[in-house]
Design a binder for this molecule. Structure first.
Ligand SMILES: Cc1cc2nc3c(=O)[nH]c(=O)nc-3n(C[C@H](O)[C@H](O)[C@H](O)COP(=O)(O)OP(=O)(O)OC[C@H]3O[C@@H](n4cnc5c(N)ncnc54)[C@H](O)[C@@H]3O)c2cc1C
Length: 455
């Protein structure tokens, strides 16, 4: 059994994974148990977007569905998707789902015991597996408990990655983390910063970024606010290649509320099951099952025309028993906000939701920097093109996290653990200023990419 080293002024492991969403967890589960694997997360392990996923996860139903699934993904992505990545994702889907089931994930079943499928916008046929309207929680909680049983894996919560460590050959040799005083990492700190946090160099033979999306950079987003694209900021500083950073998905339907905080998503499958969008006069104004960018555009135009901060979503065509079972949590949340969605249309507004772009990776999830991988929403392997097809992201995260793990397992060989011989930590002393600089750098890069694309 490989070990963790709580050194004097550094911590060391074989593989450092940043993020405890589906990407990070599934990568850890697919690494050999002979490797010491440390997972780091800015918040509690459960506080990640993977827990929030509502609608479901796509699966290739049978070989006959391949062409249609491929075409739906490409069409939603405006044909800008990387075909090889789409092919890998679709062909790996059944294996990944059977892995999830083996970890205890329960998907909705038909009366005869076969898997039940729902439909979402831009899918030609129902091919989405779901668990009520909390599919992400069902999947991620089982992955997390499987990871927690592994003796070779440790999870460090409230541990923020501030940077990577660069080896002399230019490859990645780990990360710089800031941890709280109560963290077991604190005893390996090299310094204490202005915010009173402990700066811990973490050396690792391989590093995996599984840091999720960028919703925390926006005022209105369905994402957790601590997801601020830190891997992108580090990439900009360190010359690591990025791809399509201006491809940001706006979800058409989040519950309109004047309360501050994360926007509550009203899943696409509500429209897939019959929900319709209404203007201020109560008239339907668009085809609700078009790709997300098209529906969001139609809503923005309608809001402008009506002079309202929202449009309405009616669920009256959906049988009440379906609302109470499939969409129970959405029903309850609407009630909390004062709307009974079984009886009246609810106000909805588009919000930032998903990041198609990210840290550029190859089909094994390796970035342009040696020994550094990126998986999940932080990465961009081109699967989604310009616009993600609904319910492809959990699947994509899982498929390419496993590929990263297999690539690491086959390549790590007898690599020595990088050493930490001291280094300049002054850049991490004011973490608040660093976070502000990161935020500004990523937003500026998004604007630059937009301008470059539009000429
Ligand atoms: C409301 C909502 C509904 C969704 N519904 C669906 C759906 O139905 N189907 C679907 O396929 N997809 C859905 N998605 C998208 C999907 O949930 C995400 O794309 C996917 O879960 C991303 O997984 P991940 O592992 O990449 O990141 P996440 O699950 O977001 O995890 C990111 C992790 O990185 C950590 N982290 C970030 N930065 C740092 C740092 N600097 N230091 C340390 N840790 C860091 C975070 O703390 C967190 O642990 C939905 C998303 C949202 C927000």
């Amino acid at each position: 059994m490989a070990g963790f080293v709580f050194g004097d002024g550094f911590f060391s492991c074989d593989v450092a994974i940043v993020g405890t969403g589906v990407g990070g967890l599934y990568c850890a589960l697919n690494l050999p148990e002979t490797l010491s694997v440390a997972l780091f997360t800015k918040a509690a392990a459960e506080e990640c977007d993977s827990y929030l996923a509502q609608g479901g996860i796509c699966m290739l139903r049978d070989d006959g569905d391949y062409d249609s699934y491929f075409e739906d993904t490409m069409r939603a992505g405006h044909w800008e998707n990387t075909k090889e990545s789409v092919d890998i994702m679709i062909r790996s889907s059944r294996d990944v789902i059977s892995d999830l089931v083996s970890y205890g994930t329960q998907f909705e079943k038909e009366a005869d015991g076969s898997l039940a499928f729902t439909r979402e916008g831009a899918h030609s046929v129902p091919r989405i597996l779901f668990h009520e309207d909390v599919t992400g929680r069902e999947i991620t909680s089982h992955l997390l408990s499987a990871v927690r049983k592994l003796r070779n894996v440790r999870i460090f919560e409230n541990a923020d990655m501030l940077d990577i460590i660069e080896k002399e050959d230019g490859s990645c040799g780990g990360i710089i983390v800031s941890a709280t005083g109560s963290s077991p990492l604190a005893k390996s700190a090299s310094a204490r910063n202005f915010q009173g946090r402990h700066i811990v160099p973490v050396t690792a033979k391989r590093t995996v970024w599984a840091c999720g999306g960028i919703g925390g950079l926006f005022a209105h987003s369905t994402n957790y606010p601590h997801l601020t694209g830190d891997a992108l900021a580090i990439s900009l500083r360190r010359g690591i290649h990025l791809k399509d950073v201006d491809y940001i998905q706006i979800h058409p339907t989040t519950l309109y509320s004047k309360k501050p905080g994360r926007a509550f998503l009203v899943s696409e499958s509500v429209r897939g099951e019959g929900g319709i969008l209404l203007d201020a006069q109560g008239k339907r104004f668009t085809d609700e099952l078009q790709p997300r960018d098209v529906v969001s555009g139609a809503i923005f135009r309608q809001m402008e025309k009506d002079g309202t901060p929202f449009v309405r979503l009616s669920m009256e065509r959906i049988p009440k028993d379906v609302i109470m079972t499939h969409f129970r949590h959405i029903y309850e949340r609407c009630l909390d906000e004062g709307f009974d969605c079984t009886k009246e249309p609810i106000p909805v507004v588009p919000a930032q939701h998903y990041f198609m772009g990210g840290v550029a990776v190859n089909s094994d999830s390796l970035t342009s920097k040696g020994r550094l991988y990126a998986v999940g929403e932080t990465s961009c392997n081109g699967v989604h093109g310009r616009n993600r097809l609904a319910s492809n992201s959990l699947l994509e995260s899982l498929v390419f996290a496993k590929r990263a793990a297999l690539s690491i397992a086959s390549g790590i060989g007898s690599d020595d653990a990088p050493s930490w011989n001291g280094g300049d930590l002054s850049a991490y002393m004011d973490e608040k200023s660093l976070a502000d600089e990161n935020r500004a750098a990523v937003l500026a890069e998004i604007e630059r990419a937009k301008k470059a694309r539009n000429g």
